[in-house]
Design a protein around this ligand. Structure first.
Ligand code: FAD
Length: 482
């Protein structure tokens, strides 16, 4: 007699390797069916943004192919997970349902309700933590609470315990011979059609578990050496661009960490570069642990003093920022890279976020919303925590008086203007020494470069020095009000 089937519910863990839920089912040996539920109906679940929806479509295609090599069908369903998961489990006659936990308070509530319902129907439920190095709530400082600064969090996390190595993809997997019907991927309508704005995303990214692994290998071979300083240079290729793969769980942080440590042990990469890179993975951990403690971080200031902040309503300036038409070349290059490719370099993310919240005094939540819709790696933890960090309202945040000068940032981190030339082609014929402040260029230089300021490229939306003073006054006011 064959054992009753098992159901594997995929969520933000679209991979076969280092997937403890899959491993547990593989060890149990029963035939497996896999399920993905596009749940846009349950209350309080934030719907994915446009770029992330595009990524999800590609990732599900890749996962379906990978599973099919093992004879495991991927059932796609759309609707409230509280109804769909028990329904599919019942139709399959599943004795066991396994899944890896995901972040978010609403998601956690939903998972608890579904677990209870499945258990009430006599199905065994197996749950694991697979998207973080340390489960939320397990990194504690001396006070018994989660440390509130990065360095103390990092220290406490490293003290926690030795991490076990990542699990290999199970060798022997058995699929069910008959699976309940599902919806088609096309019916999810995840990809844009008219207009089809995803051309830049298609050109820039390979999606799926195999692509994630290939990107990690290429990064370790070519990018990691020099990461500690090169990571700040958007004109160079020194960051991993693993963030969307991590977002959708095509690769786990544990797989990345162990691969990097292995490369250090083999003498392939210098340990200071690896240490800096590891620290960035711990920034990700910090954001997720924070989200578990403060589920509302995308809406509520972590520092309540910011609730009284006099944000400006200015739809014209917000629109110019979104479109990359602020007149500050580094800001505009970043915003256009985001629109074209669904991703932006971290240094430039900090500069554009600071520009919105400090130069324009526009509420960080408007920026977080735009990033949510346009980033392929938009996630509930990193996006909100990083926006609050830049605005000054966050945990261990950048101090309010740190106002990035977009011209100096450009000169320092894109010294030849290569990055600006790539995304703001109307400036590409300007010499490097003028490219980050075209408004200071002599008329004949502008004319020779084919630029008419205010026509082919905007004049600066605000004057840096005046905007900086205005921001400092607003923040001073906040300090006195607190
Ligand atoms: P690498 O430098 O190669 O780092 C490896 C991994 O470490 C990243 O993939 C990421 O998971 C993590 N990491 C790196 N830097 C940070 C950081 N500062 N904070 C937290 N984790 C980090 N990251 C997201 O994954 N999703 C977001 O929605 C997001 N929104 C952001 C919004 C703003 C305003 C800012 C300033 C940063 C944001 N970040 C976000 C963090 C960071 O910019 C990206 O993780 C990074 O640029 C991704 O590129 P990478 O994979 O090449 O990074």
């Amino acid at each position: 007699m064959t054992a009753a089937p098992s159901l594997l519910w995929f969520r933000d863990d679209l991979r076969l390797a280092d997937n403890p839920a899959l491993n547990a089912l593989a060890e149990a040996g029963a035939p497996i069916a896999a399920l993905y539920v596009l749940d846009e109906d349950s209350p309080h679940i934030r719907p994915l943004g446009g770029a992330a929806r595009w990524w999800l479509a590609q990732s599900l295609r890749a996962l379906r192919t990978d599973l099919s090599h093992h004879g495991i069908p991927l059932i796609l369903r759309q609707g409230p997970a509280t109804r769909i998961v028990p329904e599919v489990a019942a139709a399959l006659g599943a004795a066991t349902v396994a899944f890896n936990d995901r972040a978010g308070e609403a998601e956690g509530k939903l998972d608890r309700a579904i677990t209870a319902r499945l258990a009430a129907e006599d199905r065994r439920v197996l749950r694991f933590c697979a998207h973080l190095l340390h489960p939320p709530g397990t990194v504690l400082g001396g006070s018994g609470r989660m440390p509130r600064t990065f360095s103390s969090f990092h220290r406490a996390a490293l003290r926690e315990r030795d991490l076990s190595p990542p699990l290999p993809a199970p060798k022997r997997l058995k699929g069910v011979t008959r699976a309940p019907d599902g919806d088609t991927l096309e019916s999810f309508a995840l990809e844009p059609e008219k207009p089809d704005w995803a051309g830049g995303l298609r050109a820039d990214w390979s999606v799926g578990e195999a692509a994630a692994r290939a990107r990690l290998s290429a990064f370790i071979a070519d990018g990691l050496k020099g990461y500690a300083t090169g990571r700040d240079r958007p004109d160079l290729d020194h960051v991993s661009r693993l963030s969307p793969h991590l977002r959708f769980g095509e690769i786990s942080p544990r797989q990345i960490l162990f691969a990097v440590r292995h490369a250090v042990d083999a003498g392939e990469v210098p340990s200071p570069d690896a240490a800096k890179f590891e620290a960035e993975l711990y920034w990700r951990e910090l954001s997720y642990h924070l989200l578990a403690e403060e589920p509302d971080i995308a809406r509520r200031n972590i520092q309540p003093s910011f609730d009284a902040f006099p944000w400006r309503e200015c739809s014209g300036e917000l629109k110019a920022w979104r479109r990359g038409l602020t007149g500050y070349p580094l800001v505009d290059a970043g915003m256009r890279q985001l629109w074209q490719t669904g991703w932006m370099h971290n240094r430039v993310r900090m500069v554009v976020a600071s520009f919105l919240a400090k130069h324009l005094l526009i509420d960080w939540r408007s920026g977080e919303d735009w990033f949510w819709d346009t980033l392929v790696d938009a996630d509930a933890a990193n996006n909100a925590a990083s926006w609050q960090w830049v605005a000054g309202s966050g945990l261990d945040a950048a101090p309010y008086f740190r106002i990035f000068n977009p011209v100096m940032q450009g000169e320092k981190f894109d010294p030849e203007g290569t990055y600006v030339r790539t995304y703001v082609p109307e400036l590409k014929r300007l010499p490097a020494k003028l490219i980050h402040h075209p408004w200071t260029a002599p008329q004949d230089t502008l004319a020779a470069a084919g630029i008419r300021l205010g026509h082919t490229y905007p004049k600066p939306l605000v004057d840096h020095a005046a905007a900086r003073d205005r921001a400092l006054r607003a923040f001073e006011h906040l300090r006195h009000a607190a």
